[in-house]
Design a protein around this ligand. Structure first.
Ligand code: HEC
Length: 189
């Protein structure tokens, strides 16, 4: 009985110390600082770079478990290549793919990540990429993509991704959605 009481007070003391540590850490570090660090550490939401089209949902569901969707976005495979890949995912790695989803997966993947895929690298380098690539970013219309190119042509290279906020058509909301996917590359002084 006595032993139980003693071990319980020990447990409570440890809990109290833990609580005090958490409080102290919280007030020193500040909640916002922790939040922003956590969100910077998170993997970008690659699914936002999957073009809206028939089959997108199926790809998201079938292909994100093991290696994430980033794996797909820079690919350039023929239809036969995609058929072989999807087949390999299902038979060698037991990817959870419904038989009846095969055709739709292969058709979506070869349409958007086929030989005509313009995205060659991730993150996207806003200093060297074309308007066609910029258009693939969430919230960027053809017009805004062209504005970005015009801005770059007249002001020189972007030194910071935040410079995009000076471009017509890009507000803070748009910027927040796309900043995880872009870079300004190495500066060449
Ligand atoms: C169960 C886990 C798993 C799932 C789910 C999965 N993959 Fe994979 N995938 C792997 C593994 C493991 C590799 C690396 C080994 C290799 O390259 O064969 C890989 C590699 C790849 C590659 C690079 C190699 C290649 O064949 O070109 C592509 C592309 C790919 N996966 C596409 C997909 C697609 C598309 C889906 C959804 C239909 C998918 N994966 C779902 C496990 C998975």
């Amino acid at each position: 009985m006595l032993r139980i009481c003693r071990s319980e007070t020990g447990l409570m003391r440890r809990r109290l110390v833990l609580l005090l540590c958490m409080l102290a850490f919280g007030s020193v570090a500040g909640g916002n600082a922790i939040d922003s660090r956590v969100s910077e550490m998170q993997e970008p939401e690659w699914r936002l770079l999957l073009p809206e089209d028939e089959g997108r949902v199926e790809v998201e569901l079938s292909c994100s478990n093991c290696h994430g969707l980033k794996q797909l976005i820079t690919q350039r495979k023929s239809e036969a290549g995609w058929r072989a890949s999807v087949q390999k995912m299902a038979s060698s790695y037991q990817a959870p793919i419904d038989r009846e989803d095969f055709p739709i997966l292969v058709s979506y993947l070869s349409k958007h990540f086929g030989e005509g895929n313009v995205i060659e690298e991730l993150p996207i380098n806003i200093n060297s990429c074309s308007a066609a690539v910029l258009k693939r970013l969430p919230g960027i219309s053809t017009e805004t993509a062209e504005e970005i190119i015009r801005f770059r042509d007249s002001n020189g290279r972007f030194t910071n991704v935040e410079d995009l906020l000076h471009v017509k058509g890009i507000d803070k909301g748009t910027y927040r959605k796309l900043k995880a996917f872009i870079t300004v590359g190495e500066s060449t002084k």
